[in-house]
Write a protein that binds this ligand. Structure first.
Ligand code: SF4
Length: 360
């Protein structure tokens, strides 16, 4: 499925710049839901690069495709999700690169956890309620390190709990005997068991209060400094990302609509949807302001309109927006590291008229 299938492509943009030391490269990843002649295209040719040691924030409303992207990239997408195209290149600890989508099942099992690990949204539904924490950690370690003795796996499990700030005597606890924050820390400990290169965190603190949310994320960032892994942090809370991410990618209707350095997204969002998201959360610093939100609702992806999918909600929509799909590319202002999918910023299309258009 191409981005041009439902709309007219109006220009050809330069390929995305590649960081000098990429650890994860997602190229043109597409996912459909449903089988037969009329599937819904929920992810359309999404490309992202994660540099070694970087924290990349993935932001967007519920249903925009953030979790689908994470599950597709790790081949954990359940039916009826179907990967219809793309590549996911992961650089292992030994420097060798492999396309996760092309690995055999055995190779993939080995790469998961060892090279790439994921922390799911709900710890309570991810941990087995009838096994103690120790067994869940030890079984995982033994499965991936066949040569290791059980006593060594137990020691490693205790070390992992201490790593995330939980006393080792909690190994004997069942998940229901732990607080929500502790359960989430156990999930993070499990994900870090084999010291992966990449940690994907899918809304890891959504169910927690803001104090616990902050504590856990600060701890993950400290561990990242210490252990050197890279993070993809998925959340709808763009204010949170601004605090912890190096770069932010904003998703809407299954596509990346803006990617830039986190500070630049926060201070000067270019895509109207990014600006709307920022206006939906209280500011982190400075005077309080009224939250504006975004009018309307995301499009039904089974009836995707031609042109820009944000057009029905966009306060700046032009005529061209309703017929031509804007492609992700450099802005007319040529800002380094920023790519936007919006006609307002397409080189040559609205040059010179941009301030007036944005003032409308
Ligand atoms: Fe709004 Fe048009 Fe930009 Fe879409 S392309 S976000 S409708 S201005």
């Amino acid at each position: 499925m191409s981005q041009t299938d439902t709309s007219t492509q109006h220009d050809t943009r330069a390929p995305a710049p590649t960081p000098s030391d990429p650890v994860l490269e997602i190229r043109d990843l597409s996912v459909d839901y449903g089988f037969g002649g009329d599937p819904t295209h929920v992810l359309r040719e999404v490309s992202l690069t994660l540099a070694r040691g970087e924290v990349l924030g993935l932001a967007g409303e519920s249903g925009c495709g953030k979790s689908t992207l994470a599950y597709a990239a790790t081949r954990l997408l359940p039916p009826p999700g179907l990967i219809t195209g793309g590549e996911v290149w992961l650089t292992g600890r030994d420097g060798r690169r492999a396309d996760l989508l092309a690995l055999s099942d055995a190779e993939l099992r080995a790469a998961r956890w060892r090279d790439i690990a994921i922390v799911f949204q709900g710890a309570m539904s991810s941990l087995n309620p009838v096994y103690r924490v120790e067994r869940q950690l030890v079984d995982g370690i033994l499965a991936h390190r066949p040569g290791i003795r059980r006593s060594e796996a137990r020691e490693r499990a205790a070390e992992l709990l201490r790593l995330v700030g939980i006393s080792a005597d909690r190994l004997r606890s069942y998940p229901h005997q732990l607080s929500g924050g502790m359960r989430q820390r156990v999930m993070i400990a499990m994900a870090l068991a084999l010291e992966p290169q990449v940690l994907i965190m899918d809304e890891p603190t959504t169910a927690l209060d803001v104090v616990m949310q902050r504590q856990i994320l600060e701890q993950v960032m400290e561990l990242r400094e210490r252990l050197g892994f890279s993070v993809v942090l998925i959340t709808h809370d763009v204010s949170l990302l601004v605090e912890v991410a190096d770069r932010i990618a904003v998703m809407y209707a299954g596509e990346i609509v803006e990617t830039a350095v986190a500070r630049d997204v926060y201070t000067r969002p270019r895509h109207p949807y990014s600006a709307g998201l920022l206006g939906s959360f209280p500011p982190l610093h400075g005077p309080r302001r009224e939250l504006t939100g975004i009018p309307g609702a995301p499009p039904d992806l089974s009836k995707r309109p031609p042109g820009c999918p944000f057009a029905p909600r966009c306060p700046h929509a032009l005529d061209v927006c309703r017929t031509e799909l804007p492609l992700l590319g450099p802005t007319a202002q040529g800002e380094p590291g920023r790519r936007v999918a919006c006609h307002l910023h397409t080189p040559g299309l609205t040059d010179g008229a941009l301030p007036e258009l944005l003032a409308r």
